[in-house]
Ligand binder design. Sequence first.
Ligand code: MLT
Length: 265
Amino acid sequence: MKTRLPDGLELAYDEAGSGIALLLVHGFPHDHGLWEGQLAGLSTHARCLAPDLRGFGGSTVRGPYSMDRYADDLADFLGALGIPRAVVCGLSLGGYVAFAMLRRHAALVRALVLADTRATPDTAETREGRARLVALVEREGMEALAARQLEGSVGRTTLAERPQVLDSLRHMMTSVPAQGAIGALHAMMERPDSTAQLARIGVPTLVVGGVEDTITPPDVLRALAGAIPGSRLELLEGCGHVAPMERPDAFNHVVAGFLEALLDD
Ligand code: MLT
């Protein structure tokens, strides 16, 4: 499905279920396919909406690219669908976008699920690494980026036992338009530090991630949860950075519990 935003941009998305809106925001370099297991498994708990950010999947490839712009697009997306508030669930890049939504569109955020993400900005070293990735994509395309990032995205258990996850992830990574990926790399390099806003988060928050995540390791997730008043932390065994794809049932179980508690409030 696609919806046209007021500025003419088209966002592609998938949707399943009914009830409380759950906005699923993918990471880098992914698309809404990251959330296939959640659309299948959480649709009995929520209206699951999984858009492709601008420049990804089937959405329009058009700048400018920034966390603020991605967040504004998602606010327009919810507006276009007539949704006044949503539980915003972002994985990694999706988490950076969730922080921007909180800064710019707090009234739209009913609750937060922060998956395998961090509040801190890029270090100088990370920025240099991203500049090298931009050059790699310009020179050799998305296949080269996928070859560089694929195995590090999953945990050692997935590497050993679930090769089909790598196939799906490779397909998703290589399908991302190169210009969109380059735009996102610049946007991530320039993203602000969201640490100071953590203590002011006033909505129910679940922090969740894989025990085997080497990109946002458990210590990062513990620190993130520790800085958000009243938040809950769930670390999932046997998976890495793309926990919702690697262990969809375990991921869905903790998110379903979080949604049920919200509805009981
Ligand atoms: C992601 O999964 O979105 C990336 O790891 C984010 C990043 O590169 O900072």
